[in-house]
Design a protein around this ligand. Structure first.
Ligand code: 8GT
Length: 148
């Protein structure tokens, strides 16, 4: 019988800097699965939180910024050996505060195609949608594909 794995619900922010449409990527801190991989900032949704509340808390904890409104843009799933995750992706263009890497992550504002690697496999579908939205060739998303 197939085992029914429980989803871990995750809120993820696609922070877009309006001046130049750059996207914020950060590295996963030491001690977590896939440490050092590039990802969009976010984290697990806690009991009783909405996606927006979880994202606001996570970005405050990890980056020191306070986001304005955030609506879910896409929902994806990824089955990792360590977890089956459901990712709730929000585009965020409105925040206050100065970026401060509170978990000693690296951060990079990126254009597509990205020039950082490797990227978490669970983030690749969203990169493909961003590439499509921007009218870029599909290869702009493939360039960042990584070993899963
Ligand atoms: N933040 C983030 N998580 C992602 C992305 N893509 C992706 O598959 N994930 C997965 O979503 C999960 C997020 O959990 P996390 O460990 O970062 O969350 P957290 O900060 O709340 O963790 P903690 O409670 O262990 O401290 C991980 O399994 C991670 O592999 C992404 O682009 N950003």
């Amino acid at each position: 019988m197939a085992s029914a794995r429980k989803h871990t619900e995750v809120a993820v922010g696609v922070l877009i800097r309006l001046a130049d449409d750059a996207l914020l990527l950060t590295t996963r801190p030491e001690g977590k699965a896939y440490a050092g991989y590039w990802e969009f900032p976010g984290g697990k949704i806690e009991v009783g939180e909405t996606v927006e509340e979880a994202l606001r808390r996570e970005l405050q904890e990890e980056l020191g910024i306070t986001i304005g409104g955030a609506e879910v843009w896409k929902v994806t799933e990824h089955d990792y050996p360590h977890a089956l995750v459901r990712l709730h992706w929000c585009k965020v263009t409105d925040w206050t505060g100065e970026f401060e890497m509170r978990e000693s992550q690296a951060m990079a504002w990126q254009q597509l195609p990205l020039d950082v690697a490797p990227v978490l496999p669970g983030a690749l579908p969203v990169l493909a949608w961003l590439v499509e939205e921007r009218g870029l060739p599909a290869s702009a998303a493939e360039a960042v594909s990584t070993v899963a």
